[in-house]
Write a new protein. Structure first.
Length: 416
């Protein structure tokens, strides 16, 4: 249908019956998606339910990979050594891209749209329950950690403006945490991962701001001796221990990093300590299938481009963050890179704001998959109420199945 005077054609939405008789909305005028033999894609490849472009899907995946954990990559590089650390980051990117490809391929061959359903089809109900609980626990802990990070980043600045909000008191921390929860709740109404693309774009942009600040701070001090800040907590048992604001900051002079850079790890346990954080730095599998389910024209080429562009861009950013962070601090590096900079400098203030904004925008994106997994858990509980726990987790009577198989084998031998 074309409107007079507008010169634009409106897309028709038609209905067709799928194999199970369900009515599916199909968008007319869209380029048909080329599918391989044996592919079972749900929702259908040309369904109106798929409204996410390839660029939006890349933003979504990147937003779940980039986060405050990147500030610990320079520390991991220091513990592993430059060569092994960089090699581990490359290996982590490749392994995560490879496993994402496997996960999406499993979805294409079965028509399943969530990680929990794929786990159920591959390993049974027990694996489904494990996947649900893992995603819920992971998302919940990330949200709690980000909320605490926001409080730690903003409370010192707020205490300078409002004298009654002391940074070293428990009541001030509780008030800030409640304020963060109240402030983020209105942004958590999205029902699908594809609806959070605006938050994803803003989150990636704030991370880029943090990255640019680290690069510029390092470049200006790369060839000279410069100050690096360290901190120590009060002795154990003293009141107030545990608050970062109670730590005593002091600075030391460090030479250019090529004088002290480690190419290889000093001890094997250093590698064991930091390798898990490197391997999990690209983790986004819990939202890969929801992102894929909202992608328009999900051909294999477009899906692979979506995952590889996301992983490659994040790999470049992580390499820059880890390399420049280590070049600035050398062996005096802290587990959190921001702690190595002057706490009273404008740089730290700007990075604190960018990081707090990054954490605030991340919370709605993690609430969406957490809510979806909680819904899956409710459905699983309803099935358990009807069938019982053991029959739900182990629907096949294993002893009877083995006896039946043994009898069948004996009959075959007698016939021979």
């Amino acid at each position: 249908n074309s409107g007079k005077g507008h010169g634009k054609k409106e897309k028709k939405v038609t209905l067709r019956d799928d194999d199970e008789g369900e009515r599916i909305q199909m968008v007319a005028g869209e380029k048909r998606t080329r599918m391989h033999a044996g592919d079972i894609v749900w929702p259908p490849p040309d369904s109106a339910q798929r409204q996410s472009s390839q660029g939006a899907a890349v933003w979504n995946l990147m937003s779940y990979i980039l986060g405050v954990g990147a500030l610990s990559l320079p520390y991991s590089l220091h513990r592993c050594g430059v060569l092994l650390g960089l090699l581990s980051i490359f290996a982590a990117a490749y392994l995560n891209d490879f496993t994402l490809d496997i996960l999406i391929s499993c979805s294409r061959k079965t028509g399943l749209a969530t990680l929990e359903e794929v786990a159920d089809r591959a390993f049974g109900k027990l694996a489904r329950l494990f996947a649900i609980c893992t995603v819920v626990a992971l998302m919940f802990l990330i949200v709690v950690g980000y909320a605490i990070t926001i409080v730690d980043l903003t409370l010192p600045a707020l205490s300078a403006i409002l004298p009654f909000m002391r940074a070293d008191t428990l009541i001030s921390a509780i008030i800030m945490k409640v304020a963060v929860v109240i402030g983020v709740v209105p942004f958590c109404y999205h029902t699908t991962v594809s609806d959070t693309v605006e938050f994803s774009m803003a989150l990636v942009i704030t991370f880029c701001m943090l990255l640019v600040a680290v690069v510029f701070e390092t470049i200006f001090r790369f060839f000279t001796w410069h100050d690096v800040w360290l901190f120590t907590y009060p002795p154990a048992g003293e009141e107030g221990r545990g608050f970062l604001n109670d730590a005593e900051f002091f600075k030391i002079k460090v030479p250019p990093v090529w004088h002290t850079a480690k190419l290889f790890p000093s001890r094997f346990d250093d590698v064991v300590y930091v390798l898990p954080s490197i391997l999990l730095s690209f983790l986004c599998h819990y939202v890969a299938l929801p992102t894929y389910a909202g992608l328009r024209r999900p051909s294999r080429k477009r899906v692979k481009m979506m995952t590889r562009i996301s992983i490659t861009l994040c790999l470049i950013m992580f390499l820059i963050m880890s390399t420049f962070g280590y070049l600035y601090t050398g062996d005096a590096i802290c587990a959190n890179l921001l702690l190595n900079y002057n706490p009273d400098s404008i740089f730290v203030s700007l990075t604190r704001i960018a990081l707090a904004l990054n954490c605030f925008l991340s919370i709605p994106t993690f609430v969406t998959p957490c809510r979806a997994s909680l819904y899956q858990l409710v459905l699983f509980y309803e099935v358990v109420q009807k069938q019982g726990l053991m029959k739900t987790l182990f629907p096949v009577d294993v002893p009877k199945a083995l006896k039946k198989r043994m009898r069948a084998l004996k009959r075959k031998k007698k016939k021979k």
